[in-house]
Design a protein around this ligand. Structure first.
Ligand SMILES: Nc1nc2c(ncn2[C@@H]2O[C@H](COP(=O)(O)OP(=O)(O)OP(=O)(O)O)[C@@H](O)[C@H]2O)c(=O)[nH]1
Ligand SMILES: [Mg+2]
Length: 300
């Protein structure tokens, strides 16, 4: 009889280490949004890889951070609960910016969540470093930290991912699948639509703007077989931010709408009619109830 393996693999690490890039590369699908700015991911996102004899349920998480406001407290909770759920933890670090003291601090901070867990350290972005520089740090990590395995990869260039999969499978427990074979994620399509719009805001707006917004898809309707009608609210904290988002004569919002629509069409594989509205909700990032209502409303 075919032995099946299945389990939860949490992808964990500092902001910008490449967690979402790695998830997408392993799934071979652009599920989780990626951006060169930090704090791109705000929620835990499942990405499920199913083959004949295994099912790996990856959990992408927000980058580790010191929470300064309620939204970030929510993000930290998402990280901690994702670690607790894990059968295996992938701690991903940027190979071009290795800091062993920081690594020690992280181990200490999350000791309650990582205790007794199998852990792999993934050195990402190896396309940016030379082997000669990498090997001594890899040795140091193996000698001084309690990881079960070390795997260098380049998530962006899809390098060494087969090795990583092989190592993951080594630690994955035997068991029946958790999800049906064709399930890719736990989040509804409209969640990814709001993520794509937020990612475009990260790309086209600066300073505090991307961190002051939340995107809420209020309507998601299939008008015909090939056309989806989407309404989304971009919620800001202040009038001045609303003015910046809208831009001169509405030019900012128009550009944002066009760029988002193209990406959403690619994601859904259908034509999209997208309408964006900007709304103000004063100081929402510190409003626990607002965050809970919005964030848990997205999850399945
Ligand atoms: N050169 C190089 N860049 C990479 C690699 N993997 C990811 N990146 C880049 O690193 C940046 C951050 O990638 P993300 O996947 O958004 O990182 P993250 O860890 O999910 O970030 P947060 O969600 O903000 O915590 C993006 O600009 C990626 O294109 C890699 O292997 N090589
Ligand atoms: Mg991310």
């Amino acid at each position: 009889m075919l032995v099946k393996k299945s389990g939860f693999v949490t992808i964990f690490g500092a902001p910008n280490a490449g967690k979402s890039t790695l998830l997408n590369a392993l799934l071979n699908f652009n599920l989780s949004v990626v951006n060169k700015k930090v704090q791109t991911t705000r929620d835990r996102i499942l990405g499920i890889l199913t083959e004949e004899n295994y099912q790996i349920v990856f959990i992408d998480t927000p980058g580790i951070l010191e929470p300064k406001y309620e939204l970030q407290k929510f993000m930290l909770k998402e990280i901690k609960s994702s670690l607790e759920e894990a059968d295996l933890i992938i701690h991903i670090i940027d190979a071009a910016k290795i800091n062993l003291d920081k690594l020690k601090k992280i181990d200490e901070e999350f000791k309650d969540q990582i205790r007794n867990k199998k852990r792999i350290i993934v050195l990402n972005k190896v396309d940016l470093v030379t082997k000669a520089n990498l090997l001594p740090v890899m040795n140091k990590i193996s000698e001084n930290f309690g990881y079960d395995d070390t795997v260098p990869v380049s998530a962006a260039k899809c390098e060494n991912l087969e090795t990583l999969k092989y190592v993951i499978l080594k630690y994955l427990p035997e068991g029946e699948f958790f999800f049906s074979k064709d399930t890719l994620t736990n989040k509804p399509e409209k969640f990814f639509v709001s993520e794509i719009i937020r990612e475009k805001i990260l790309t086209y707006y600066h300073e505090e703007i991307p961190y002051s917004i939340i995107v809420n898809v209020t309507e998601f309707k299939e008008r015909s077989e090939n056309l989806i009608f989407i309404n989304a609210d971009i919620i800001v904290e202040r009038e001045s931010q609303k003015i910046i988002i809208i831009g001169k004569g509405g030019s900012g919002l128009k550009k944002l709408g066009n760029k988002s629509r193209l990406e959403i069409e690619k994601f859904l594989g259908k034509k999209v009619y997208l309408e964006l509205f900007v709304k103000i909700r004063k100081d929402w990032r510190n409003n626990k109830r607002f965050i809970r209502d919005y964030k848990t409303g997205d999850a399945s």
